[in-house]
Ligand binder design. Structure first.
Ligand code: SF4
Length: 493
């Protein structure tokens, strides 16, 4: 918990981190520091656990061992890790939808990806995508390097499946009830459980807000970590079987917050009673609140955006998507990209957990560059805000919008400045598969493959996209310059 000021760029996080420190809580930062130095083999994708003859690892300096037991070399092993990470990410999304009973056929995505892209993907045999394709994709490069092209096709196919799954997800988000009992859900609760929870609350004459990052939940401004939300006004923690962050339960119990596993042992009515009892005590660690104040949904700004694009008042559009990662100061890179984009008259669209923090991000930008947001709003004729969110329409909503005739020629880039989830990586692959420039703000754990830059280039030739990523991640300012250069170069698909 040393150097608290370095953990988040948002000052709103400081009192929460201090409260956690005073309570002796162990948070992600402390556990990360105990992991250091990180394993150099794993960080570069140079270990393999594909079969039980391993685990194998490759010496990154060229000494022995240079091959796994099966004969796979460093390039094949690192590419296997890239492939598995992408597949895991898509499966994460698919399984979350399964929790909601949404196992039906994938939707036809050709209508939202743009005519040219749809034609290209159809010609390559990549459209339509089917859920069963998840069983057919292969990292054939692992068996023989002559199969690189086949592997890249299958990686692209995985990206398209991820996109179709995102389009399939029910995007309805409930509205916030002020003064209600606040519950935080980790992972994807079933639709039935959520409905029963709300019915119980209604029957008891009380309001209920269920926050989380899954479908059907309210976005949560948790300052980048669910653990921090537990030091705010949360009265129960729901843990779905597919939840990340298992360490959160320990902190919740320490704080006396009811922890409810969705394994059928606690009924929705009992879960609500426990949460309501905790809320009645209002024994929260800080006065901070988990409520997020979303920016306008970008789809509702479509007409104003088209006007701004036609009149040349915007130079481009950047979509910033992802979630805070303990490997960098939360939101620092996001803020650097936002600031640089707005100075360069580029509209900023926020998505994922970054969007839930839109109010704090805008406030911090206002402190760093007074008047920047207001000046851009005025330039836009006050018809729209320079910062919008993708809201419940999600990635397919913004992709659809960017493919409308008015916006198709406006340079646009998807940037993932900070993230840790495999499903977020799969989302990056999804937009790359649709031909967009994609900027990555974390170090990908696959750089042990020596020809990775060439492989990414070849992959880009297949998708029409451009993957802006490097073995040494540039600092936030350098990445902001890279983003603007990409917009200037006309980052269109
Ligand atoms: S390198 Fe080959 S032998 Fe070693 S774990 Fe991977 S697949 Fe198995």
């Amino acid at each position: 918990m040393d150097r608290i000021h370095k953990k988040s760029a948002l000052p709103e996080a400081t009192p929460i981190l201090l409260a956690a420190h005073d309570a002796g809580a162990t948070l992600a930062w402390g556990r990360y520091e105990q992991q250091l130095p990180l394993c150099g083999f794993t960080s570069n994708g140079l270990n393999c656990r594909k079969c039980f003859e391993g685990p194998c690892r490759i010496n990154p300096f060229g000494d022995e061992p240079t091959r796994g037991v099966c004969g796979a070399d460093r390039d094949q092993i690192a590419m296997e890790n890239l492939f598995q990470a992408t597949l895991d990410g898509v499966l994460e999304t698919s399984r979350a939808l399964h929790q909601l009973g949404m196992d039906e056929k994938l939707p036809d995505i050709s209508g939202s990806v743009g005519q040219k892209v749809a034609e290209r993907l159809t010609r390559s045999g990549l459209l339509p995508v089917r859920r069963s394709d998840l069983y057919a994709v292969q990292n054939s490069y692992f068996s023989d390097k002559a199969y690189l092209g086949q592997t890249l096709v299958d990686l692209t196919r995985l990206g398209l499946i991820q996109y179709a799954l995102l389009q399939q997800a029910d995007s309805s988000v409930p509205t916030i009830t002020p003064g209600a009992v606040n519950v935080l859900a980790l992972g994807q609760p079933s639709r039935e459980f959520l409905a029963a929870l709300h019915t119980t609350a209604q029957g008891a004459g009380k309001g209920l807000n269920v926050y989380g990052r899954a479908d059907g939940l309210l976005p949560v401004a948790d300052q980048g970590s669910p653990e921090l939300a537990l030091l705010m006004n949360v009265s129960a923690l729901l843990i779905a079987p597919n939840a990340a962050m298992p360490g959160a339960a320990e902190l919740a119990r320490q704080r006396g917050i009811p922890v409810i596993c969705l394994d059928g042992t606690v009924s929705p009515s009992e879960a609500f009673s426990q949460a309501a009892r905790h809320a009645a005590q209002a024994a929260y660690a800080t006065s901070a609140e988990i409520v997020s104040h979303p920016v306008p949904d970008v789809v509702s700004c479509a007409t104003a955006m088209a006007d701004a694009a036609r009149s040349g008042r915007i130079a481009g559009i950047v979509v910033l998507y992802g979630e805070a990662s303990v490997k960098q100061s939360f939101f620092e890179r996001t803020l650097a990209l936002m600031e640089s984009a707005l100075v360069g008259r580029v509209l900023v669209v926020l998505g994922g957990e970054i969007e839930a923090h839109a109010a704090c991000l805008n406030a911090e930008l206002g402190r760093r560059k007074p008047g920047l947001l207001d000046a851009f709003t005025t330039d836009l004729g006050n018809a729209m805000e320079p910062v919008a969110g993708i809201g419940p329409s999600g990635i397919p909503g913004i992709v659809s919008l960017l493919n409308t005739p008015d916006l198709q020629t406006v340079p646009s880039v998807f940037s993932f400045p900070e993230f840790f989830r495999a499903s977020t990586w799969a989302t990056a692959v999804a937009v790359f598969a649709l031909g967009f420039p994609v900027q990555i703000g974390i170090r990908l754990p696959f750089w042990g493959a020596t020809p990775l830059p060439t492989i990414f280039e070849q992959w880009g030739q297949l998708t029409g996209g451009n993957l802006l990523t490097a073995a040494s991640v540039p600092g936030p300012a350098a990445q902001a310059d890279e983003l603007l250069a990409c917009i200037k170069a006309g980052g269109t698909r």
